[in-house]
Write a protein that binds this ligand. Sequence first.
Ligand SMILES: [Zn+2]
Length: 233
Amino acid sequence: MVKEFNNGLIVLEKTKTKLNNTIQLLTNSTIFQPFNNLTVLIIGVFHGDEPQGKYLIEKYLSQKIYPQKEGNNNLIFIPCLNPDGMQNNIRTNANSVDLNRNFPTKNWGQDGSDAGENPKDYYGGKAPASEIETQFVIDIIGKYKPKIILTLHAPYKIVNYDGPAHDIAQKISEIISYPVEPSIGYPTPGSFGTYCGVERNIPTITLELDEKIPVENLVQPVFETFDILKNYN
Ligand SMILES: [Zn+2]
């Protein structure tokens, strides 16, 4: 691994988007050993109009750099998966694709138009995994083989999960006081949860944060959630 640092953090992987923004996979340990430990992947900003994840992950990383002697850090982070969407304050990426409908699942491309008021906000792309952002995540899952995945969304105030993640979801629910919901309530063809949780049996949590309160108020429960995952086994 070629080590590259960003404010003391190791940049494990990176790529460029259509609008020339950078997506990074970071860790906050100097001795991250992705193949030997229980790796937890945490992803923010699947949807560009849900910026809370980037703020929370970057704040966590700025406060919790683990020196080498502590070791055994198993968290890896993509603070912002959709910087192009965030730049434009839209749900989709620069190709108008909903990244959470672009994963190569068995149900990719099926009708998900009940999902919301604007069906075009849920466009799954011209092909499964057609998008740079989707490919970046798929490559990371193949390479780092996370045992647990957490994605940060808004605004539904629920702990949604796919795959064998009920117990983890329950713990997070107790921390953040949102109910556990095994289904989001509408069809999500090509979703990340289906790709990882349903089809690959990786415990996958979709944490839907409250967007109506100041993001600072989410720091305590979300940091506690990250710390629970750090120590989970
Ligand atoms: Zn979302």
